[in-house]
Design a binder for this molecule. Structure first.
Ligand code: NAP
Length: 250
C-alpha cells in the first residue's frame, strides 16, 4: 500500500510509519523539520518531505510526488499542543495551534479526498484527541480545536462514505511521545492511563484495517470520558480546571 502520514516525523505518526514500513508498505512522511527523524535501520520504501501542512500547495506537491497513481491511506497526525490550561497563550501560539490542528488537517484531508475520489477508494484517518470529546465552557484552544476537527472529520465521513472512501476518527488519551514529555518536564506521573507510541500505533493500524468509524483509546480513558460526559457542563468545567492546576504543580 501507499501510505502518507502528515506529521509523521515524530511521536504517534512516526510510530505508525515504522510499523507500516516493517510490514513492507511504501510510506511518505512530512514535518517542518525532517532532521529530527531517527531511524534504527535503512528503509528504502520511506520518503520524507520537509514542509508545513498549513502550506496546501507544498503538501499537495509532496503527496503527488509520493503517490500520484494511487494513495491508499492518508493519516493526519500533525498537531500542536501546549500547556494552555495553565497559562495564557500568546497570539502566535494560539494561531499556530489553529493553523495546524484545523487548517493543516483540513488541507491533508482535502488533498486525500481529491486523489481518492479519482480512484473511488481510499482511507483517511484523522488523529484528534479525547479532550475534544468533552464539551464544556472554558476548555482550552487545543481541546476546542480537536473538538472542531472531530466534527469536520465526521462531516467528511458522512460525505465520502458513498464513494469508496472511509474516514476513521482517532481520539487518543495520553501517549508517551517526545512532545508530551517535553511539555511535562519528562514527568508523566500525573497523566492518567499513559500508553506507549507503539501501543497507539498498533491500535490505530488495527482500527484502520477494520475500517472503524471511531477509535478511542485506551479503554480506561474511554470509560472515564464517557462518565465525565454525563456531568453537567459547569461541574465538568470546574473539575477540568482543578485537574489542570493540580497536574501542573511540581
Ligand atoms: N501525545 C499525546 O498524548 C496525544 C494525545 C491525544 C492526541 N494527540 C495528537 O496526536 C497527534 C500527534 O501528537 P504527538 O504527541 O505524536 O506529537 P509530536 O511528537 O509533536 O508529533 C507531531 C508531528 O506533527 C508534525 N507537525 C507539527 N506541526 C506541523 C506542521 N505545521 N506542519 C507539518 N508537520 C507538523 C511534527 O513535526 P515537526 O515538528 O517537524 O513539524 C511531528 O512529526 C497530534 O495531533 C496530537 O494533538 C497526542
Amino acid at each position: 500500500m501507499n501510505i502518507f502520514i502528515a506529521g509523521g516525523t515524530s511521536g504517534i505518526g512516526f510510530a505508525i510509519a515504522v510499523n507500516y514500513l516493517n510490514a513492507g508498505h511504501r510510506v511518505g512522511i512530512c514535518g517542518r523539520d525532517t532532521r529530527k527523524v531517527r531511524l534504527d535501520k535503512d528503509y528504502p520504501l520511506l520518503k520524507m518531505y520537509q514542509l508545513d501542512v498549513y502550506d496546501k500547495k507544498a503538501l499537495d506537491t509532496a503527496v503527488s510526488d509520493f503517490a500520484d497513481d494511487r494513495l491508499d491511506i492518508m493519516i493526519v497526525s500533525a498537531g500542536n499542543y501546549s500547556d494552555s490550561s495553565f497559562r495564557k497563550l500568546s497570539y502566535r501560539e494560539s494561531t499556530d495551534m489553529l493553523k495546524v490542528n484545523i487548517a493543516g488537517a483540513v488541507n491533508a484531508m482535502e488533498i486525500a479526498r481529491e486523489k481518492m475520489y479519482r480512484q473511488q477508494r481510499g482511507h483517511i484517518a484523522v488523529i484528534t484527541s479525547v479532550s475534544g470529546l468533552l464539551d464544556y465552557p472554558k476548555a482550552t484552544i487545543y481541546s476546542k480545536s480537536k473538538r472542531a476537527l472531530i466534527q469536520i472529520a465526521d462531516a467528511y465521513q458522512a460525505a465520502l462514505s458513498g464513494f469508496g472512501i472511509n474516514v476513521t476518527i482517532i481520539a487518543p488519551g495520553y501517549v508517551n511521545t517526545p512532545k508530551l514529555r517535553e511539555l511535562n518536564e519528562n514527568d508523566l506521573s500525573k497523566k492518567p492511563f499513559v500508553v506507549s507510541c507503539e501501543y497507539a500505533a498498533n491500535i490505530i493500524i488495527e482500527g484502520i484495517e477494520k475500517k472503524k468509524d471511531m477509535i478511542i483509546f485506551p479503554s480506561k480513558m474511554k470509560y472515564l470520558i464517557r462518565f465525565l460526559s454525563c456531568l453537567p457542563s459547569g461541574l465538568l468545567s470546574f473539575i477540568m480546571q482543578k485537574k489542570a492546576r493540580w497536574s501542573q504543580k511540581r
